[in-house]
Design a protein around this ligand. Structure first.
Ligand code: FPP
Length: 257
């Protein structure tokens, strides 16, 4: 990390909706598959930048529960890109002390891909660097339902369930709440991504389509995040209840009577 970067108040947990692959490709008269292939190439540089910025957790939305409605050839391309990533990036992930996880329902992935995921999750389970999570076959509502069911199964007599109980039963509780959610591709939606965890996230939407997103824009967004005063429903410094003139308080008291 250089001098300038060390002054950035980095978010702990960044989540990214990697959107715009299809449109990026269609703009260039290519097939949507080409957009996904180019999009997959961007991931490594964003992971490297996250490490440089000292971000603790990075969650990438690679395939949603809703993406099952896409044409089968497109689904197969995304599956094969995941497999390729797991093989190609394995050494880098281990060398960089990254803890790797996949959240979501991967039961429809080929057995071999599930074995690659399990092996990488196992071999990085004690790594204490960046928590890198791929959301694959993932939906935020499904995750919440799964957390509730897991909780009921493990502690049937504990009533009522608390927010902490739910958080502890999420698919990657080590990542914590999302501080910064970035969506590329110009749309301004959450799309069923980490619904519980984004409760107080700062939201950044960029027009840049994912294959054109790069580490410099990523760093710039993180720098902007560092300038935001996050109040979590409270009041900021210098905005106490007592602030204001005596006359204003008198008027307010009258309004309340
Ligand atoms: C959204 O773009 C993107 C996805 C549904 C898939 C994201 C996948 C990758 C970045 C590549 C997969 C790589 C790995 C390593 C798993 P879109 O197709 O919805 O784009 P559009 O909104 O322009 O149609």
């Amino acid at each position: 990390m250089n001098q300038a970067e060390s002054t950035i108040k980095a978010p702990n947990h960044v989540a990214i909706v990697m959107d715009g692959n299809g449109r990026w490709a269609q703009d260039r008269l290519h097939s949507r598959a080409w957009g996904h292939i180019r999009g997959a190439k961007v991931i490594s540089s964003i992971v490297e930048e996250a490490i440089d910025l000292d971000i603790k957790a990075l969650t990438l939305y690679a395939f949603s529960t809703e993406n099952w409605s896409r044409p089968l050839p497109e689904i197969k391309i995304i599956f094969s890109l995941l497999k390729k990533y797991l093989i190609k990036e394995r050494a880098q992930i281990l060398n960089n002390n990254i803890r790797f996880n996949v959240i979501g329902d991967t039961s429809k992935l080929p057995v071999e891909t599930n074995q690659l995921i399990a092996s990488l999750e196992q071999d990085t389970s004690s790594s204490d660097g960046l928590n890198l999570t791929f959301a694959f076959g993932y939906g935020g509502r499904a995750e919440i339902i799964s957390a509730v069911n897991q909780f009921i199964k493990s502690t049937p007599d504990k009533v009522p369930m608390t927010e902490e109980d739910l958080t502890n039963n999420l698919m990657a509780p080590q990542n914590g709440d999302v501080d910064l959610l970035i969506r590329t591709g110009g749309d301004q939606r959450i799309s069923n991504f980490l619904l519980w965890q984004v409760a107080y996230a700062e939201l950044f939407f960029t027009q840049t389509k994912w294959p054109n997103f790069n580490r410099f824009e990523f760093r710039e967004i993180c720098q902007q995040f560092g300038t935001i005063e996050r109040r979590f429903g409270g009041v900021g410094p210098g905005q106490s209840y007592e602030h204001g003139s005596k006359l204003a308080h008198l008027n307010m008291d009258r309004e309340l009577m």
